[in-house]
Design a protein around this ligand. Structure first.
Ligand code: BDR
Ligand code: CA
Length: 314
C-alpha cells in the first residue's frame, strides 16, 4: 500500500509556486490537505484566485483553500512582483475565476490537530502565516510533523537584495520567529533553489508530452517567467523553480545534502533579511536556540528527471 505524505502548503502563486502546487497535486504519493494563500509574489487576494484556478483545473476543489496573511507582521505594505510573475502571477494568464470560498486561518490549527505528526507543512511564501502558528499557543504547531521553508541564502548572493532572499526579506521578523522558535524546520535556500533551473527544451517536452489537467498552462507560464529571468540573468536557459525543490526533497531526500545548524535572521539595516549559520568545522552554538536542517547541495540531474516524471504523469 502507498504511504501518502500529507502536506499543508502555504503559497503565494506566483509561477514557481504554481509549478510546486502542480507537482504536489500530480504526485501519486502526496496528499494535499489544504493550501494557505498568502501575499508575496502577488497580493493575498490574487493568491486565493490563482490557487482556486489550479485546483479547478485539477478537479480537486475539495481541497480547502485557507486565507493566509495579507501583509507582513510589522503591518507595512507588502511589495509584489508582477514583473517577474505576470500581472496576475501566472504569466499572461488571467484565471477565469472569482475569489473562491475559503476557510479562515483557524483551519490551519484544525488540520494540525487532525493530522498531528503526520502533517508536513510546506512554506513557499513569506514567513508571516507560518510565524502566526508559532505565536498562537492554540495552534499546537509543535505537535505537527516537519516544517519545510523555502527561504534564505547562506553565504551566497540574495535575490531581493545583495544578501537577502525574497521570502525572508518580505517579512524578516516573521522569519526570525520561525528560526528562533521552530522545531523540525528544514530551510531550502537559494544555495540550491537558484540552481533548480530546468532547461527550456525540457520544459517544452514536458508541455507537449502532457496529458495532465495542467497541460495548457505549462508553456505560457514558463515562457513568461523565463523571459523575465533572462533579463535579470542573461543567458540563463529557463528560470529557477525554487518552490518545487521542497517537494522534490520531501519525496527524494537521497538527492539532497543537508547540514544541521542554528539559523539567525537579521531584521534591520543593510543586511535586513540576511540568514546566517556557522559553517566552520567547529561551530559555536547559542544556548537554548534550536538546530535546523539546511539543504546546501543537490543532484540537479536527478531533480530534473524526477520533475519530468511527475509533471508528465509517467
Ligand atoms: C522565493 O520567493 C518567491 O518569489 C518565490 O516564489 C520563491 O518562493 C524565492 O526567493
Ligand atoms: Ca513562492
Amino acid at each position: 500500500m502507498i504511504h501518502l505524505r500529507k502536506v499543508l502548503i502555504i503559497a503565494d502563486p506566483g509561477v514557481d509556486d504554481a509549478f510546486a502546487i502542480m507537482y504536489a497535486l500530480l504526485h501519486p504519493e502526496i496528499e494535499v490537505v489544504g493550501i494557505v494563500a498568502e501575499y508575496g509574489n502577488v497580493s493575498q487576494e490574487i493568491a486565493l484566485r490563482n490557487t482556486a484556478y489550479l485546483l479547478q483545473l485539477a478537479g480537486r476543489t475539495n481541497i480547502p483553500i485557507i486565507k493566509g496573511a495579507d501583509k507582513p507582521l510589522t503591518g507595512t505594505d507588502p511589495e509584489f512582483f508582477f514583473d517577474i510573475h505576470g500581472t496576475h502571477g501566472l504569466g499572461e494568464i488571467i484565471p477565469p475565476v472569482q475569489t473562491p470560498a475559503h476557510d479562515p486561518f483557524h483551519k490551519v490549527y484544525e488540520l494540525i490537530h487532525t493530522y498531528g505528526r503526520d502533517l508536513n507543512i510546506i512554506n513557499l511564501s513569506r514567513f508571516t502565516s507560518l510565524a502566526l502558528t508559532f505565536i498562537q499557543a492554540e495552534s499546537n504547531i509543535h505537535k505537527t510533523g516537519n516544517v519545510y521553508v523555502m527561504g534564505g541564502a547562506f553565504f551566497v548572493p540574495g535575490n531581493r537584495t545583495p544578501v537577502a532572499e525574497a521570502n525572508v526579506y518580505g517579512d524578516p521578523q516573521a522569519a526570525k520567529i520561525v528560526a528562533a522558535h521552530g522545531k523540525n524546520i528544514t530551510f531550502v535556500p537559494l544555495n540550491i533553489s537558484n540552481r533548480a533551473v530546468i532547461p527550456l527544451d525540457t520544459i517544452k517536452k514536458v508541455a507537449i508530452e502532457n496529458d495532465t489537467p495542467f497541460s495548457k498552462i505549462i508553456s505560457p507560464i514558463m515562457d513568461y517567467y523565463s523571459t523575465q529571468y533572462e533579463s535579470i540573468i542573461p543567458g540563463i536557459d529557463g528560470a529557477p523553480l525554487h518552490d518545487v525543490t521542497l517537494f522534490s526533497y520531501l519525496m527524494n531526500p537521497e538527492y539532497y545534502k543537508v547540514v544541521e545548524r542554528q539559523v539567525k535572521v537579521n531584521t534591520t539595516g543593510p543586511s535586513k533579511g540576511l540568514t546566517l549559520a556557522d559553517f566552520r568545522p567547529a561551530p559555536e552554538y547559542i544556548e537554548d536556540y534550536p538546530m535546523h536542517s539546511i539543504i546546501i547541495d543537490f543532484d540537479k540531474e536527478a531533480f530534473t528527471q524526477d520533475f519530468v516524471k511527475i509533471m508528465t504523469n509517467r
